[in-house]
Ligand binder design. Structure first.
Ligand SMILES: Cc1cc2nc3c(=O)[nH]c(=O)nc-3n(C[C@H](O)[C@H](O)[C@H](O)COP(=O)(O)O)c2cc1C
Length: 435
């Protein structure tokens, strides 16, 4: 079968396959995680399968719950990891995550443009407004989502203006006349806004491959407006097909309203897959990955996700819409809270079912568990329904699950015409077909 538009696929390097108890498997080789060689190996594997890009989420805080029984060599700066990977790869895109809430735009514009040069046009920026960490930046308590998004919009505008302030065309390199760069083409931006005051120009010229593609994560109303105005791709939390179709249609509609071609915005959910040779084995992997989460831990996670305290209820009690807290109360991520509210309203699940939801045990991503055929069908179904333009692979359970993805599942997607067999370009813009 040949389809018009192929899937866009990235691989997350956030070591999701070590989550929960998975790192404790004898074959997990968890010690490797502390070495850059490991990331480079993974990057090469993804490039061999001609993936569009590598991706890394990033958080600027660490909670005591994140240290201890979960596998973590901390949270190394993804932009630095990608700088090292840039030298060891040639074609694959490198999408780093940088917060607009806790950084100065000049530094971020420079870091990203540097990664763009180091990788020869392969950098991408996942713009996040962050959910926690204000106390590490003299900015406690966390600013409201409205303020964070207002700042993100101005921040992104400043970064783009800085990139344009020193255009690649300004570089002349004329030995005879001794002119290296045309000064007249390098201009200050004189930005003076509500949050930032930046003169410019940037201290590094923009790379000849064109502007750095923008990704965004966060899907509340204001988040969607922001995404549809600037993003080339959205990293989405999409637990079910219905929420995916709604999100993609809505983002495409908003993009069109802003005068953009809806096809220029790609909706890429995280796909947290547990692949094994048999369905039973895959289910076992999934179960083992979450076995460490006690009921108490799930209950406290529910409070932080939704503000709902179910600790006094029995596990088989039904949870109904009237038990939901006021939707205006502050939560860490309205995207995740809204997904869970909708599920409860529609399904009236038991407490046990609520505590098993991905929004509670993990990250609300699309979870697919089974054989290559099962996961492949799942991907094709969502693609056909118009819920996705591709996905960001979050391998779950074990490294073997990731190997099966690359060795068996990816070739099936290529075979069906759903994914490329060769790169046709060598920059992230080219892979994403940004003109
Ligand atoms: C799928 C997804 C991934 C996210 N990844 C990150 C991340 O890596 N780092 C971060 O600081 N915030 C991350 N966020 C938080 C968002 O940037 C945002 O601050 C938060 O979701 C609140 O926005 P909302 O109200 O639109 O959901 C993520 C959010 C979503 C939905």
């Amino acid at each position: 079968m040949k389809v018009d538009r192929q899937l866009c696929i990235g691989l997350s390097l956030n070591k999701t396959w070590m989550k929960g108890n998975s790192w404790r498997r004898p074959d997990s080789e968890v010690e490797k995680m502390g070495s850059i060689k490991y990331y480079i190996e993974l990057a090469k594997m993804a490039e061999k399968s001609k993936l569009d890009f590598l991706f890394m989420a990033d958080y600027l805080y660490v909670s005591s719950q994140m240290i201890g029984d979960s596998a973590s060599f901390g949270s190394p700066d993804p932009t630095m990891i990608f700088a090292a990977i840039a030298g060891a790869t040639e074609r694959i895109g490198l999408v780093t995550t940088i917060s607009t809430t806790f950084n100065p735009p000049y530094v971020v514009a420079r870091q990203l443009q540097s990664l763009h040069w180091l990788s020869n046009g392969r950098a991408g920026w996942n713009i996040v407004t962050s959910i926690e960490g204000a106390e590490n930046f003299s900015d406690s308590p966390m600013p409201s989502p409205e303020e964070r998004y207002a700042k993100a919009m101005e921040f992104t505008d400043v970064v783009r203006k800085l990139w344009e302030s020193f255009p690649n065309e300004a570089i002349v390199i004329d030995r005879e006349s001794g002119i290296f760069a045309d000064k007249d083409k390098v201009t200050a931006i004189h930005h003076s806004g509500e949050y930032f005051s930046v003169k410019g120009p940037l201290s590094i010229p923009s790379h000849s491959s064109g502007p750095i593609p923008l990704f965004q994560a966060g899907a509340s109303d204001v988040g969607r407006n922001f995404a549809s105005s600037v993003a080339d791709a959205i990293f989405a939390a999409m637990p079910d097909m219905e929420s995916g179709v709604e999100l993609r249609n809505d983002l495409r509609r908003r993009a069109a309203e802003q005068g953009r071609d809806p096809n220029t915005i790609r909706v890429l959910p995280g796909l947290y897959f547990f692949l094994a040779d048999t369905r039973e084995e895959a289910l076992e992997l999934h179960k083992a990955a979450h076995a460490h989460l006690s009921t108490e831990r799930r209950l406290s996670s529910l409070i932080s996700v939704l503000g709902l305290d179910l600790s006094g209820f029995s596990l088989d009690q039904r949870v109904t819409a009237d038990m939901l807290p006021d939707s205006n109360q502050p939560v860490r991520s309205r995207t995740h809270a809204e997904l869970l509210r909708r599920y409860i309203t529609k399904a009236q699940p038991t407490v046990k079912e609520v505590l098993a939801r991905p929004e509670v045990v993990g990250s609300a991503h699309w979870v697919s568990v089974g054989t290559v055929e099962d996961v492949l069908n799942d991907i094709m179904e969502r693609h056909k329904a118009g819920a996705i333009d591709g996905f960001i692979a979050l391998p779950g359970g074990s490294e073997k699950s990731m190997e099966i993805f690359f060795e068996k599942l990816m070739p099936e997607l290529v075979e069906r015409g759903l994914f490329r067999s060769e790169y046709s370009g060598s920059t992230l813009r080219e892979h994403l077909e940004i003109t």
